[in-house]
Design a protein around this ligand. Sequence first.
Ligand SMILES: Nc1nc(=O)[nH]c2c1ncn2[C@H]1C[C@H](O)[C@@H](COP(=O)(O)OP(=O)(O)O)O1
Length: 213
Amino acid sequence: MSSPKKATTEPHVIKEELIASGKWLTLEKTTYVDPSGSTRTWETAKRTTRVANIAADGVAIIALLKRTLHKDCVVMVRQFRPPMGCNTLEFPAGLIDDNETIETAALRELKEETGYKGEVVGVTPVTCLDPGLSNCTTQMVMVHINGDDLENINPTQQLEFVEVILLPLDEFQQKIEELLQKEKIVVDSKVYIYAMGMSQAFFKPRELPVLKQ
Ligand SMILES: Nc1nc(=O)[nH]c2c1ncn2[C@H]1C[C@H](O)[C@@H](COP(=O)(O)OP(=O)(O)O)O1
């Protein structure tokens, strides 16, 4: 077995060269120095739409619908995604437009895709989506929706081909598993990780009054 190379250098990018460009994406050759000091190249996909001075390409919205006498539900969307060639289950999401803040982009996308009007309660840092492929980034925005509010009782979407699915938060992972059993659908990894986290948060088999770490 060969021993791993020692890290001697702070890795860094030297240059980025365009290989191909389309309306929405570019493919670049990234030349960089790796931690051992060797110069190497990487194929990188980038979006063409990133707004100047905004570090994220898009937003994904974790929207909780809160209604009297109902369980809190996560507002999800099902839609056909051409790169996947099938339907996906995702949080509502979209690209940030010019002159938008993260919060306004999130509330606009939520309204367009689901019809719901919400209130921002939290924003994550900039997070990468598939860093071995692309520099594409997102910020996740936590939103609460007052489902008892008149304008949220019969929400009207602006997107014809996006289906809204409400999943109860306390059974989130189980309900996703049921959807997967029923149809060919691929779940966004942000969604599935959130579902696993929720299951762990709700699972308290032997809660004791005083627990050590
Ligand atoms: N990679 C893409 N290829 C396309 O042909 N078109 C694309 C790409 N990415 C975005 N878009 C188009 C599709 C929509 O008309 C607009 C806005 O998309 P948005 O709703 O903001 O984001 P998604 O929900 O992630 O599609 O961009």
